[in-house]
Design a protein around this ligand. Structure first.
Ligand code: ATP
Length: 860
């Protein structure tokens, strides 16, 4: 998406008026929304069939047939019930996850700027109708097919449509296709076709990647297959041993099948999808819109955060505080974009003669400007002036107004713009051409000092240029953004327009302050505490970058002296051996951002990178987590990003990382719990007969335990709160096994504890002459519920009440299995007396305590 051709120019025409709101509303009804039905709507029966095709469910259906054939009706009912409940829960979770993802895509859907009723406003792209006047600027995505009415150096990237990556120039009259991207320049176009009848219809398929599986899901699917194989082998062993002991083959077959179903955490994929979707929803509530589900999980392991400066670390509300002209420097007072303030020289109000050169300079910046200032909205409570467009250009307009320069309206009529060479981050300067009342051509240029203070551009002696450079360096070292401004007069419009950028008179420098956000330092400290390395990558001057980095403590306490700054030119020339050793990059262009991301990724880091410009797309896509600003960023950056910050605040990335870590922790917790329970069930079935408990559990009982553990409590685990200290530990290594870092050990030891305690309860019951099988059934459930509670990070907390409620519900349903006559018949249990109940209940504290001790022994 890098501009390939030199800057182009064009001449402006009168603007089309646009539809009224009423007309637009009428057309929306007539032509329908500007979107393409994705055909992704899945019917209910398709979802149900999808669930029933699960191999384990097929096995269960086989078991129903088998039990019916051998006349074991109670087990047939229970297994049938399990199939129904499993399918219902599966479908419900799928629908919930899909809805959550759909809601997210709606939130991050593209917007478009249209002129309606004479004013330009942002609308959702789906609301664009034929006849609408689209206002296009750098970084916009063309929302519908349109005919270009007016173009100013408009360069379009049509690669989404044609695959051709070289951007194309477009002049008035050209046809623009929906989905293409404005790389540079501006334009106004009239919409000709929307929705399915537009080019969007052709590219809709390219935009939809919602059904991609996350790395975690893929890894879990692999784990699931291994588990299924191991479990099946063990179940066959149980079957064989049972048959050897003379248990009827039908009963034994059904038992082995039930055991297989119970031991494999088949609800795992559903739990994971739901955990990710819920995580994405929680992130949205914290102002972080996730555009791809896998990002939720990747966020948890982010280890490097490459951030830009303006509006991310700083407030992005710029203010001109000094103007330097070759005659001397002038300070400007005032706050925000209010055109109220005073020009002061050496501590006193500036005199008319001192103001004249300042006015000339600021008038040039007001002409060479695409922003607009808006007076306070009478209905808004804060009564502040606001800006439309680039905050820096808005600040220049406010400064011009403070010093009594002519207003934008007056300048527009007195000195209309007849051409421009727009700003881009490679050239770092912008030029406009205006026709003066006397018929001459006025050239106004502003840009980064090193792009302007060069002999070819400025017609001045080396002394003047050197003085201006020194002043610029002084302002930059104080953290100011500096612009150099020049102007000149011509008799004719030069061809090409870039030829106007030479032989100009230096008007002076403007120094803009953009103070750091109050909590930027805190956010960076939080990053470091969480093991995330912050790196500043800015297009600004090295001295400005260093000053801001020092002010926000980018390198942490006591490291300020190491604030070495590397420039984009150093990177491009290969002067930096190891890009990962640098913390501050200045004057970088988008290609160098990409190099920095690549270097970190090659070093094994998981990178998050912020970006907002039109050319940031590739770096945002390449970074593990591309972060775009919702308010400030361009549409292209937003659509290329994995994460969109609706509040443009860096601390939101840290919050999202915290949510990502929480999701991962909860999935791991569920795995430990579910697999420990499954393993315990198999061990009980294997060891029971050896210890004198012939058929420890009936098929129905095993499935009942499965429903209550994996179903109710398992899902509730997905909503567990963030563990204290989550953001004070380093990120997990990206290649770490999902059961690494102590999880295997905990799982095996917990399954041993659950097996021993429940078998202990069963054997004691047998010794006391009680209904031992019912005690064992209840004990196995109780021990697993103890594990659920013990695995919590905070045992007693008001957060996630769902979990204690799920445990309670499971306990009630476990009791129901013993005391509701119908269930008792179906599950073949007996009502227990106090002793039996106490024996089973005793398993809760034992497994709970074991889980807590193991948490300490094997962190993770
Ligand atoms: P940051 O990290 O601060 O967000 P950036 O990557 O947005 O920086 P650019 O927008 O590429 O930086 O700007 C680079 C330099 O170009 C600025 O420091 C400034 O001197 C100059 N510049 C920026 N915008 C304009 C403009 N509209 N007209 C002229 N010059 C500009």
């Amino acid at each position: 998406m890098t501009p390939a051709s030199p800057a182009r120019e064009s001449v402006q025409a009168p603007e089309p008026a646009g539809l009224t709101e009423t007309e637009a509303a009428g057309r929306l009804v007539a032509s329908g929304p500007n979107e393409v039905a994705t055909g992704r709507h899945v019917r209910l029966h398709t979802r149900v069939l999808g669930q029933l095709r699960d191999p384990l469910i097929l096995v269960l259906l086989g078991a129903v047939a088998l039990t019916l054939a051998i006349g074991d009706h109670p087990d047939a009912v229970v297994i049938g019930l399990v199939v129904v409940v499993n399918t219902t829960v599966g479908v419900a979770q799928e629908v919930r996850a899909d809805n959550a993802v759909a809601a997210l895509s709606a939130m991050s859907a593209p917007h478009a700027r249209v002129r309606r009723g004479g004013t330009v406003r942002a609308v959702r792209a789906v609301e664009v109708v034929p006849g609408d006047v689209l206002v296009l600027g750098e970084g916009d995505i063309v929302a519908a097919d349109a005919e270009l009415a007016e173009a100013s150096a408009l360069l379009l990237d049509e690669s989404t449509l044609t695959g051709e990556s070289v951007p194309v120039d477009k002049d008035a009259g050209a046809v623009l296709a929906a989905g293409t991207v404005v790389v540079r320049g501006r334009g106004v176009a009239t919409v000709t076709a929307t929705g399915a009848s537009s080019a969007l219809g052709r590219i809709a398929a390219l935009l939809d990647d919602r059904h991609e599986r996350t790395p975690l899901q893929r890894r879990l699917a692999g784990l699931g297959r291994t588990l299924a194989a191991v479990t099946l082998a063990l179940c066959l062993l149980v079957l064989g041993l049972g048959l050897l002991r003379g248990v009827p083959p039908g009963t034994m077959a059904v038992t082995a099948i039930s055991l297989a179903v119970a031991a494999v955490p088949e609800s795992l994929p559903a739990v994971v999808t739901l955990a990710l979707a819920l995580g994405a929803r929680r992130m949205a509530a914290r102002h972080a819109l996730v555009r791809r589900l896998p990002a939720v999980e990747t966020l948890g392991s982010v280890s490097v955060l490459a951030t830009d400066k303006t509006g991310t670390l700083t407030q992005g509300r710029m203010r001109v505080d000094s103007v330097w002209t070759p005659r001397g420097s002038t300070e400007l007072t005032g706050v925000g974009y209010e055109p109220v303030g005073e020009a002061r020289v050496g501590g006193r109000a500036a005199g008319e003669s001192e103001l004249a050169p300042v006015r000339e300079l600021l008038t040039a910046t007001a002409l060479c400007n695409d922003a607009t200032l808006r007076p306070p909205d009478p209905t808004s409570p804060d009564g502040r002036w606001t800006a439309l467009g680039d905050p820096m250009e808005a600040a220049l307009l406010a400064a011009a107004a403070k010093t009594g320069c002519p207003g934008q309206g007056e300048l527009g009529t007195g000195c209309p713009r007849i051409g421009e060479v727009p700003f881009d981050s490679l050239r770092k300067r912008m030029t406009t051409l205006h026709r003066t009342a006397g018929g001459q051509i006025l050239v106004c240029l502003k840009g980064a000092p090193e792009a302007v203070l060069v002999p070819g551009v400025i017609d001045a002696g080396p002394d003047t240029i050197a003085r201006a450079r020194d002043e610029a360096a002084r302002y930059a070292a104080r953290g100011r953004r500096v612009l150099a401004v020049a102007s000149g007069r011509r008799d004719d419009v030069p061809d090409p327009l870039t030829a106007a950028e030479s032989g100009l008179t230096l008007l002076g420098l403007v120094a803009l302050s953009d103070p750091p956000k109050p909590h930027a330092g805190r956010t960076l400290a939080d990053c470091r505490a969480a093991g995330i390395t912050p790196v500043l990558v800015t297009g600004d001057h090295p001295a400005t970058a260093r000053a801001i980095a020092e002010r926000v403590g980018l390198l942490g306490e006591g490291h300020q002296a190491e604030a070495d700054v590397v420039t984009g030119a150093d990177v491009a020339a290969g002067r930096v051996a190891d890009l990962t050793s640098v913390r501050i990059f200045a004057r970088t262009d988008p290609q160098q951002k990409l190099d920095i991301v690549e270097a970190w990724r090659a070093a094994g880091a998981v990178t998050a990178m912020t970006g907002d410009g039109v050319n940031d797309g590739p770096a945002l896509r390449r970074a593990d987590i591309g972060v775009a600003m919702g308010a400030r960023g361009t549409e292209v950056a937003r659509q290329a990003a994995d994460l969109v910050l609706t509040d443009d605040d860096l601390s939101t990335v840290v919050a999202a990382v915290e949510e990502g870590r929480r999701v991962y922790d909860n999935v791991r917790r569920f795995l430990v719990y579910g697999m420990a329970g499954g393993a315990a069930e198999i061990l009980v079935m294997l060891a029971g007969p050896v210890l004198g408990l012939p058929l420890p559990l009936r098929a129905g009982q095993i499935l009942w335990i499965n429903l209550l553990t994996h179903g109710l409590t398992g899902v509730a685990m997905g909503a567990e709160p963030t563990a204290p200290g989550t953001m004070r530990r380093p990120p997990r290594p990206p290649d770490q096994h999902i059961l690494g870092d102590g999880a295997w050990q905990r799982l095996l030891l917990l399954s041993a504890v659950v097996t021993v305690t429940s078998l202990g309860a069963g054997l004691t019951a047998q010794g006391l002459g009680l209904a031992w099988q019912s005690v064992l059934f209840l004990a196995l459930l109780a021990a697993q519920l103890g594990v659920v509670l013990g695995l919590r990070d905070r045992l007693f907390t008001w957060q996630n009440l769902l979990l204690p409620l799920a445990v309670l519900a499971s306990a009630v349903l476990a009791a129901a299995a013993l005391y509701v006559p119908f269930l008792r018949t179906v599950l073949d249990t007996s009502a227990l007396g106090w002793t039996g109940l106490a024996l089973a209940a005793a398993c809760v504290p034992v497994s709970l305590l074991a889980a807590r001790l193991l948490r300490r022994a094997f962190q993770g």
